[in-house]
Design a protein around this ligand. Structure first.
Ligand code: DC
Length: 225
């Protein structure tokens, strides 16, 4: 059985950056499932599809060719072979990803692809339904969170570094709106799995968060060299 670690949590909890570092430390792959939903959101935007139309979304996911590949230790997300890794990081695509991810047919397709990848290799997977669905049988689940204000502050600073001047209040508003949508959708809403360890990183540095997660993993799988 491969070593499969599940990390879930709300927007801006630091899942992706922390998971990347933890996976590096453990020498295993990191799959960012949010990037796959984002790629589908981008596809829906490009096709001008109605994201509120369940039938249209079910038909569109059947045609979509989305792949997550690892190149030089980094995930590249491909949409029909085009590397869209940078294009999927906009606010517009974030909102689209959250909107399309509420449809059962979309989730089924994504979950199937993610479980197939996890069956083949040691992997740390982050998302919203990893502990509750994709890796429901994993013995190692972490629910990563921080206060909404801290998550918004981190995101605001990250965006500022990239030259994005969206005000803090708007970042906080959008983060709360996306969390609400992700936590209240009918199909596999974001929630902490009963057997997940809760890690609140408010006031913690990235390094401290990485250490805390490595410790949790080692408690389950033993010390990793
Ligand atoms: O982790 P992220 O912000 O890149 O995810 C983008 C959106 O995709 C998020 O708002 C909800 C959705 N998502 C999901 O429904 N299930 C996952 N496993 C990962 C992401």
């Amino acid at each position: 059985m491969p070593m499969n670690i599940a990390i879930d949590g709300p927007v801006g909890a630091g899942k992706s950056s922390i998971a990347d570092l933890v996976a590096q430390r453990l020498g295993i792959l990191h799959l960012d499932t949010g990037a796959m939903y984002r790629a589908f959101g981008l596809y829906a935007l490009r096709m001008g599809a109605d994201m509120n139309d369940e039938q249209a979304m079910a038909a569109l996911i059947e045609q979509a060719d989305i792949q997550a590949v690892c190149e030089n230790g980094e995930q590249r997300t491909l949409l029909f072979g085009e590397d869209v890794s940078a294009l999927i990081r906009t606010g517009e695509v974030s909102a689209a990803a959250s909107a399309v991810s509420r449809w059962p047919a979309v989730r089924r397709s994504m979950v199937r692809a993610q479980q197939a990848m996890a069956a083949k290799a040691d992997m740390l997977i982050d998302g919203r339904d990893i502990g509750t669905r994709v890796l429901a049988d994993s013995p190692c689940k972490i629910y990563l969170t921080a206060s909404a204000e801290e998550r918004a502050r981190r995101r605001y600073l990250q965006q500022m570094e990239k030259g994005d001047t969206t005000p803090y209040e708007q970042v906080l508003f959008e983060l709360n709106a996306r969390d609400l949508q992700d936590m209240t959708r009918e199909t596999e809403p974001l929630r902490q799995a009963e057997d997940a360890v809760l890690l609140d990183t408010t006031g913690m540095t990235i390094e401290q968060s990485v250490e805390a997660i490595v410790k949790i993993v080692e408690e389950v799988y033993g010390k990793q060299s």
